[in-house]
Design a protein around this ligand. Sequence first.
Ligand code: BES
Ligand code: MN
Ligand code: MN
Length: 454
Amino acid sequence: MQVWKDYQEKNKDRFLNELLELLRIPSVSAKAEHKPDMIACAEAVKQRLVEAGVDKAEIHETAGHPVVYAEKMIDPAKPTVLVYGHYDVQPAEPLELWKSGPFDPTIIDGKIFARGSCDDKGQMYMHVKALEMLIQTNTLENNIKFCIEGEEEVGSPNLGKFVSANKELLKADCVLISDSAMISLETPSLDIGLRGLSYIEVEVTGPNRDLHSGVYGGAVANPITILAQMIASLHDANHHITIPGFYADVLESSDEERKLMAEAPFNEAEYKADLGIVELWGEKGYSTNERTGIRPTLELNGIWGGYTGEGAKTVLPSKAFAKISARLVPNQNSKKIADLLINHFHTIAPPYVTIKATLHHGGEPYLTPIDSKAYQAASKAMETTFGKIPIPVRGGGSIPICSLFEKELGVKVVLMGFGLDSDNLHSPNEKFDLANFYKGIETIPYFHKYFTTP
Ligand code: BES
Ligand code: MN
Ligand code: MN
């Protein structure tokens, strides 16, 4: 619509400057030292929503970081869209690998470099500006609610409780989230699924204290070696996961679904070159997109033990540790897989060591049916602004609250992400292309329009 185009054109520099302001707040949810920044960021998000024209905006305290809730209700008889996003970000470390400060947003070649630029402040803010645009051009025809949390990057430990306790407040006809990626501006896509997560930590203990590796080495099992052997045994030569029962509940995709997936463009040479690797790795019998989309995986996220400081220390350590997570697909269950992982370590541990395995956060996988009203509206909105029907794809990441929204609110979640896989999420030099930011603001109003009047 021309009025939207004109409004965006007139205000685009201000939209960007406002986002840069938000990106300057180091809202790292994982670190206690950033608690004041979390509060400041929640306040800033609330303030921006007020300025955009909502008629109610509140900060809800939780046992952790606050949730920002806001709404613009024009007519309770009209459809209501609940927009979810998160204002928290991942830690920025390792800092020395950033080309500009993670909280000093810098624009280079049309890209905003900053922690949270894409995940998720930049994408969340597109919705705030789209609302402003709808209100200012007098074209809002539905109700919009916002639920912006501050704990997504630490597993949303308190949001579930907030949602269950505020079902009436959050009542909506669908949930709209921009916190994922698309293939490219030339090849738009929509995530129709996200994977679940089971995250555990393993502590392996050998001797009751650190030992001199010359005096005892050779006679006492080294917990690092034992842990490494156990970890190495988790995949076989075909890169299948060896844990009995791990694949038991996996919903296999039909040949037809796999054929459709294979139609999404994928350039293996570019993919490898971008990552600086010579050969791809993964479960035999599946393509790269299938490996990250429809198949469950097991990844080591961290491993440590013994001496890792400067210089050399000849020590046979008492303990070794690992952080391990599984990505899950429908119909796997997060708790069930976590229990399976924990039990498996107890089963395979040799008598030289004892095992302590504990559960971190988890979350269930999610699938959006492409025949749902919400998906159809998103598809039509993207088709309007990109000139092409978006390709439905399965995203590899996780947003644990999706399955909870569906369960608690009884509505579908649609994932209309405008990021790119190459945006360096959770990594140094995270970025968000300005073109994607503006494309998102341009597309979101059409979602509301088509959801209200299909
Ligand atoms: N926005 C991501 C999830 C995502 C990324 C979905 C790319 C689709 C494509 C989200 O902020 C995230 O990082 N989630 C975590 C899970 C959470 C429990 C820490 C993840 O996927 O590791
Ligand atoms: Mn995110
Ligand atoms: Mn993230």
